[in-house]
Design a protein. Structure first.
Ligand SMILES: [Zn+2]
Length: 300
């Protein structure tokens, strides 16, 4: 069936696009999604650009067949109460068990310069959106939930009371509604587009998901990209872990004695030229492989 289908597509001349399989995760498409976000300008909580980003995501995801919801809430921040909005999208599988794929949609607010967050913000959203296309074309048995968080970044200084606003709110609401019980695993993508990407072996993440990520990366020939140092990172996976939900942070970020990698992090230089299609593709294909493998193994 599959072979006949592909042969037919090839005969019609629509099987390949730029040498890539039409069905596989495309780094080029993901890079276009980074560009779209960067062109919106800075996207901090409450900004007009953040609203435009959500409208664009909603339209793209509804076209793919997802049910899209906005989750507005008011965050208590050191700068006072700020309205924030998470965007959540569901694609029903044959099972109610859920696999969750998330990224933060906000960019860190800087008064001194324009921060467009090509890698820190846009790359994660872009990879999740391209994964949405690939996973809707050949759905999982699990129900797929995509979560685009507002307010991941600190407004003044990173700490437990000033960070992770959107993911904390979403997890609290899912615990209350008992949706949290249906979650099999969570993958959080952040800073996954760097041209010289090295994915951190993130220490807070669920151990089995950590090793699974590296196994799948090696199998696909991406071992070098997934060879970053062991390091604990605080990101949107933390509220899930604190609620007892297995979660993984897929991130290329390290603080060493020499400084922060990547060097342009939280600077005016986190621009489109720092991001590459090939890095996005390595991450996208590895995460897709992990999700498909888990979907079979967990047998929802
Ligand atoms: Zn950041």
């Amino acid at each position: 069936m599959v072979v006949v289908g592909i042969a037919l597509l090839l005969a019609l001349g629509i099987g390949c696009r730029g040498g890539e399989e039409a069905e596989g995760f495309s780094g080029e498409r993901a890079l276009e999604h980074v560009r779209t976000q960067v062109l919106l300008g800075p996207r901090p909580p409450g900004s007009e650009a953040a609203g435009r980003l959500r409208s664009w995501l909603r339209a793209e995801l509804e076209t793919l067949g997802f049910q899209v919801h906005e989750q507005p809430f008011v965050a208590r921040t050191p700068l006072g109460a700020i309205s924030m909005v998470n965007l959540v999208a569901f694609l029903s599988g044959s099972s109610e068990r859920m696999l969750v794929l998330g990224a933060h949609a906000d960019t860190k607010r800087f008064a001194e310069f324009e921060f467009v967050g090509a890698n820190d913000g846009a790359s994660g959203v872009a990879a999740v959106l391209e994964l949405a296309r690939v996973l809707s074309a050949r759905p999982l048995r699990h129900t797929l939930a995509l979560t685009f968080f507002d307010g991941e970044e600190a407004l003044v200084e990173w700490g437990p009371d000033d960070s992770l606003y959107g993911s904390t709110h979403l997890v609290d609401s899912w615990v209350e509604s008992r949706l949290a019980r249906k979650v099999s695993a969570v993958f959080i993508l952040d800073m996954v587009g760097d041209r010289n990407l090295r994915i951190t072996d993130e220490l807070n993440s669920h151990p089995q998901l950590r090793s699974r990520l590296r196994e799948e990366a090696a199998r696909l020939g991406y071992a070098r990209i997934f060879s970053g140092p062991e390091q604990g990172v605080e990101d949107d996976h933390i509220p899930f872990l604190m609620a007892g939900i297995p979660a993984l942070n897929v991130i290329g970020f390290a603080i060493s004695p020499e400084g922060v990698v990547p060097t342009y992090w939280h600077s005016p230089h986190d621009t489109l030229d720092k991001v590459s299609a090939s890095s996005l593709q390595a991450v996208g294909r590895t995460v897709e492989a992990c999700l498909r493998r888990l979907d079979l193994e967990l047998n929802p």
